[in-house]
Design a protein around this ligand. Structure first.
Ligand code: HEC
Ligand code: HEC
Length: 596
């Protein structure tokens, strides 16, 4: 339990509200232990799991270990720079492919044609339900010979050089990969198919001090975002996750707790099936099933305890007094030109963090098709609403139809099966394309041609369904919304088209539209550029975590700063306009932030 919550508990009225909220807020305190109180034996066992080289197929254990696909055999294989648990260089970058543009023409188009066309490019874009998605993780190792041949042909398209470990050999190769789209054209029967895709990468982050980041409270995150509202250039926001919690971890900030991240990393990176996350499937081996889980929840907790106990990075001033002076001067400049607005020096107990852990739009060059958790929503009561109802909704995120979510970001549906039926049995329209698009302007779908275009400016989302909510709720579609307005007479007219109506059906009744008007809530969704938003990376330990930026595109600290854009363009320009010695002073200051 977080301290801020404990403090609040002293008031009896707040206690009553707390009881109502406690289930929805429990995800704020996943590791119940403070990092420095974890017992040494647990840390030792966790370390062994973190370093353990998992094997493929161990029939004695009844599971498949590394499974059909994995990026590495152990956590330590990637997280080792500057000590165990550190970052990794570009060779260990996780890779995914995202479709930017797809055109099909030559005959009648339906979901089946779209799915068949895209399967020829890579079968992994179509899941077992026939749903077509727009991004796909490409595992470094494993897979059937057919899977490997798909991987090889994709990599041949990207003219960068790749290492034995699976990622590009260095930052220059990352930039080369970014610059080269993967182009696929094919003819299938009468159909002409053309696809333009791109490879996206994620660089391994260091884990030092993660236990302290895990303890940062929602309140602290919200306060940081609030502070920035006043700033003309900068508008960070916390990532809001499907279960209503706020993100703290990952380049997209879309994982709330350290335990969750470790759980997902077991599956996504090491191919270990956990109790909550399936291991990545080889799409060329669809019938394959892992006979059993590869790692238990208790083992993951032990592993997370080890990660939580990793010491925080430290500050190491140079011996030489002139250099020391320069670093101090650099630190002042870092604050005065605005770097510290995002790279906040201290957040809660994370002293010396240099991050606000918020998402910032970093400009078009930083696009990655695995989006951040996507929008800002505001919940407004239309009429008097019971306190408990508002509270639980405020902590429950309404979610759009994403088919899956990993910590790289979420997958968008391009076509397919996603039909939602609400509780009264009224079917909502089916989803026919990625939520990144505004619809008509980006998807053109006539009976005889289909074109999916990744837009320059990702736009608003159309429709939401709640997931993981504890009470039954439903979202009204356009028609039933009109009905709500007419029959209950309480609707507010929406000018922007971004407003959605939400009806609480906790005490489910058939005539819910007519009688539950006191529970109508208006949900306003503000679109954000969630393809371009990144969590401010903590700068603690930054000297020892090259290469930099989410995909490791920058070799040096100077390059990293020069690559800032979007919300940080003003700050970057102030940096670039400094004298040479002032710029070096800022770099020298950052070089005092070292791994523990
Ligand atoms: C193939 C390399 C690789 C392996 C193996 C790997 N990781 Fe990672 N790790 C990454 C990458 C890349 C990221 C950043 C991912 C992102 O944010 O998109 C990351 C991020 C993390 C983070 C989030 C840190 C932060 O501050 O955001 C945690 C925690 C983590 N890894 C734990 C683990 C654990 C535990 C294991 C072993 C089960 C593991 N990792 C295995 C590459 C790897
Ligand atoms: C608007 C918020 C914002 C401001 C202002 C800002 N940064 Fe950043 N910084 C970020 C984000 C977000 C990233 C990650 C971008 C990415 O991964 O593509 C980043 C990345 C970095 C990195 C790379 C860290 C790593 O681990 O890869 C360094 C170094 C850095 N910033 C230094 C600075 C300096 C110095 C300044 C001032 C000149 C500054 N930043 C201003 C948000 C900001």
């Amino acid at each position: 339990m977080t301290r801020s919550l404990l403090k609040q508990l002293k008031s009896p009225t707040i206690f009553a509200i707390f009881v109502l909220l406690v289930t929805s807020m429990s995800n704020e305190c996943v590791l119940a232990v403070e990092p420095n109180t974890i017992d040494p034996q647990t840390i030792q066992q966790g370390r062994a799991l973190f370093e353990r080289e998992w094997q493929s197929r161990n029939p004695n254990l009844g599971n498949d270990g590394l499974g059909p696909l994995h990026n590495a055999k152990s956590c330590a294989a990637c997280h080792h720079q500057g000590g165990l648990g550190g970052s990794g260089d570009a060779r260990f970058n996780a890779k995914s492919i995202g479709i930017e543009k797809m055109q099909i023409s030559g005959g009648p188009i339906n979901d089946n044609v779209i799915a068949t066309s895209i399967r020829g490019f890579h079968p992994g874009f179509v899941d077992s339900m026939g749903t077509v998605v727009n991004t796909l993780a490409i595992s470094h190792h494993g897979g059937t010979p057919v899977y490997r041949s798909y991987r090889d042909s994709l990599m041949k398209n990207v003219t960068a050089e790749f290492s034995e470990a699976g990622g590009p050999t260095n930052a220059a190769e990352v930039r080369r990969a970014n610059a080269n789209p993967i182009v696929y054209t094919a003819k299938s029967g009468n159909y002409d198919i053309s696809i333009r895709a791109r490879m996206f990468q994620r660089n391994t982050t260091p884990l030092f001090g993660s236990g302290l980041i895990d303890q940062v409270t929602n309140k602290e995150l919200k306060a940081l975002a609030k502070q920035q509202e006043k700033h003309p250039e900068i508008s960070g926001r916390p990532a809001t996750l499907p279960d209503g919690s706020l993100g703290r971890f990952g380049w997209r900030g879309n994982v709330s707790s350290l335990l969750d991240f470790c759980d997902q990393a077991c599956a996504a990176e090491v191919g270990l099936e956990t109790e909550r996350k399936p291991q990545p499937e080889d799409p060329t081996l669809p019938a394959y099933k892992n006979p059993d889980k590869d790692i238990s929840d208790d083992q993951i907790k032990t592993m997370a305890a080890f990660v939580a106990a990793l010491p925080a990075p430290i500050r190491k001033l140079p011996e030489d007094s002139e250099a020391r002076q320069a670093a101090r001067h650099g630190e002042q400049l870092f604050a005065s030109i605005g770097c510290a607005i995002c790279h906040v020096p201290n957040v809660g107990d994370a002293q010396g963090l240099y991050s606000d852990l918020l998402l910032h739009d970093m400009g078009y060059e930083s696009i990655d098709l695995n989006p951040a958790d996507p929008y800002i929503y505001k919940v407004l009561a239309l009429t008097k609403v019971e306190r408990s109802v508002i509270s639980s909704l405020e902590t429950t995120t309404i979610y759009e139809d994403a088919v899956s979510s990993t910590y790289y970001g979420r997958t968008s549906v391009m076509s397919g099966t996603s039909k939602v039926t609400n509780v009264t049995g009224r079917g909502l329209e089916s989803v026919d394309f990625s939520p990144v698009t505004r619809g008509e302007s980006n998807i053109r779908c006539s009976p005889f041609s289909y074109s999916f275009d990744f837009p320059q400016q990702p736009n608003t989302i159309r429709r939401f369904i709640p997931t993981g909510s504890r009470t039954t709720r439903k979202v009204e579609n356009e028609n039933s919304r009109a009905r709500v307005k007419n029959e209950a007479g309480t609707g507010i007219r929406t000018a922007s088209g971004n407003d959605f109506y939400y009806t609480d059906t906790t005490k489910a009744r058939k005539d819910v539209f007519l009688t539950r008007q006191t529970n109508y809530l208006r949900i306003h969704i503000e679109p954000t550029n969630y393809m371009q938003e990144w969590r401010t990376p903590p700068l603690w330990g930054v000297k020892d975590s090259a290469p930099y930026m989410h995909d490791g595109r920058a070799d040096t600290l100077l390059e990293a700063v020069s690559m800032h854009d979007g919300e940080s363009a003003g700050t970057r320009d102030r940096f670039l306009n400094l004298s040479h010695s002032d710029r070096s002073a800022i770099i020298k200051f950052m070089e005092t932030l070292v791994a523990p």
